[in-house]
Design a protein around this ligand. Structure first.
Ligand SMILES: [Ca+2]
Length: 192
């Protein structure tokens, strides 16, 4: 009986993990009114936030991509239309199947970022803030995001894991008309 129950439970788990791991990175210029013009990509969907009523041009969404359990290197670009600070937000895909009320977690991992046209602090997550936050220096996030001292890192020993509602973010300074390219490595995290 117990074995049968286990089988039923694992079938349910498989059914609900159907969402493919994907890239989901947001760039948020809403706070400072910075419009962000997407640069078309052949591998990723780079577009402004269709769901926003106002100022959708100030919010960039990057999604899609073919993600596996091994690290893949990817990049996207955008052009800021003003000087100022925008938030770079690393997430996992939006997944709210059927009539579900809450978004479901699909975890993905990011490591070894770099930026052209802007400065990114601690882009490989190797520096941990010794102060009160105890999080990766330069980044905001939750302890659940931290992977520390692991040989399967893309660079060094650390990386982040995120899902849509538990993201990791950093504010970056951008310049009007100066194209920003963000490079990153991403992999899926198999469901346990
Ligand atoms: Ca790293």
């Amino acid at each position: 009986m117990k074995k049968m129950l286990t089988l039923v439970l694992s079938a349910a788990a498989v059914c609900c993990m159907a969402q493919q791991a994907e890239v989901r990175i947001d760039v948020d210029g809403l706070k400072n009114g910075i419009a962000l013009t997407p640069v078309k990509s052949s591998l990723l969907d780079v577009s402004n936030a269709s769901w926003l009523q106002d100022n959708k041009e100030c919010y960039l969404v990057v999604s899609g991509g073919k993600i596996t359990n091994d690290w893949s290197e990817m990049e996207f670009s955008f052009i800021p239309e003003n000087d100022g600070k925008v938030a770079l937000i690393l997430r996992g895909p939006w997944y709210k199947p059927g009539t579900e009320v809450t978004n479901r977690p699909v975890w993905v991992a990011y490591d070894d970022l770099s930026a052209i046209g802007a400065d990114l602090r601690n882009p490989g997550f190797e520096e941990v803030n010794p102060g009160a936050t105890g999080f990766f220096s330069g980044w905001g996030g939750d302890p659940a995001n931290m992977i520390v001292g692991k040989d399967d890192s893309k660079s060094g020993k650390n990386y982040v894991k995120v899902w849509h509602n538990v993201p990791v973010a950093q504010n970056i300074v951008v310049k009007k008309g100066q194209k920003v390219t963000i490079k990153f490595s991403i992999k899926a995290i198999p469901a346990e």
